[in-house]
Each structure stands twice: as structure tokens, then as C-alpha cells.
Design a protein around this ligand. Sequence first.
Ligand SMILES: [Ca+2]
Ligand SMILES: [Ca+2]
Length: 177
Amino acid sequence: MRTEALDRVKLVFSLFDADGNRYLEADDFELMAERVIQAVPEADEAAKSAMLAGFRKYWTTLVRELDANHDNRISFDEYVACVLAPERFSEAISEFAESLVGMGHLDGDGFIGRPAFTALMRAIGFAPANIDALFDAFEPTDADRIAATTWITGIKEYYSPDKAGIPGDHLVATPTT
Ligand SMILES: [Ca+2]
Ligand SMILES: [Ca+2]
């Protein structure tokens, strides 16, 4: 596994542990889903339902595939195994990615504006400077919007054990400005 991939996984584990007890549990995903759904109140109800379903599917996939000691929670050591077998998570990550991007895709024209992107990423827990750096790496249009497909691809790459030098690494980096 590449160091970059491990750093990305560490960050996501710490953010998804929404209550900070060092284990991922069903409640963390409910809490995170609620935060993300509230981040873009103007999103339509279908997008919000899809987001909740995306978080729940992600959780049920994690606990089914990774809960080695069957205590219904995922420790970091258990979680790291997710990058060793990415194919077992690709369906859940795809659904999660599409539902997250759907929350920001307010007018359905294939593009996401920076405000919705920032609101969603802040709700997950990423830092503002990292979020801006990621958005810029996605090469926004003159109207400061990115393609929905670019963001979906970026989320999937984030979880790829053999990727480095990708836009998602901006989320892990310590901002220099
Ligand atoms: Ca937790
Ligand atoms: Ca466990």
C-alpha cells in the first residue's frame, strides 16, 4: 500500500468516527449523514434520502467485510484492511460518491458550485483550506464550478491503494498558506 493511500485512510477514519470514541459504529454514520444532509438544506428530498442510504450502505458494507472480531464496530486496525481489498467496497463507495455529489448537484446540469461543495466537505469534517485546494485541483470552470463526474472520480480515487499524486491528496496535506 502506498503511504499516500494510508494517510488518506487514516484521515477518513478519524472523520467518520463522528463521536470520537476511536471506533466506527452505526451511530457514527447516522450522525455524519445528518450533518451532511443539513449542510445543504436546499437539496431536494430525493437527494437527501439517497445520501442517508449511501451512508447506511457504506456502514453495512464495512461491518460485513471488516469486523474481524464481530463486536459490531470497526477499529482502525480492522479499517485499514479496506484498502487491501478495494473491490469489496467499490459498489458501496460508488453509491456513497454519487449520493454525496447528488447533494451538491442542485440544478441538475452536471456541475457543482464551490459553496455547496464546501458545505458538504465541511460537514464531513475536512478543513477549509484543504477543501479549497481540492476544489482548485478539480479545475473549476470560469464560473467556479466543477463537473459532477470529476468529483465522483475523485472520491473513488481517494480510496485506491495504488494512487498517489491525485487531487484527493490535497485533503491530507497540511496547507502551506
Ligand atoms: Ca465512533
Ligand atoms: Ca470489530
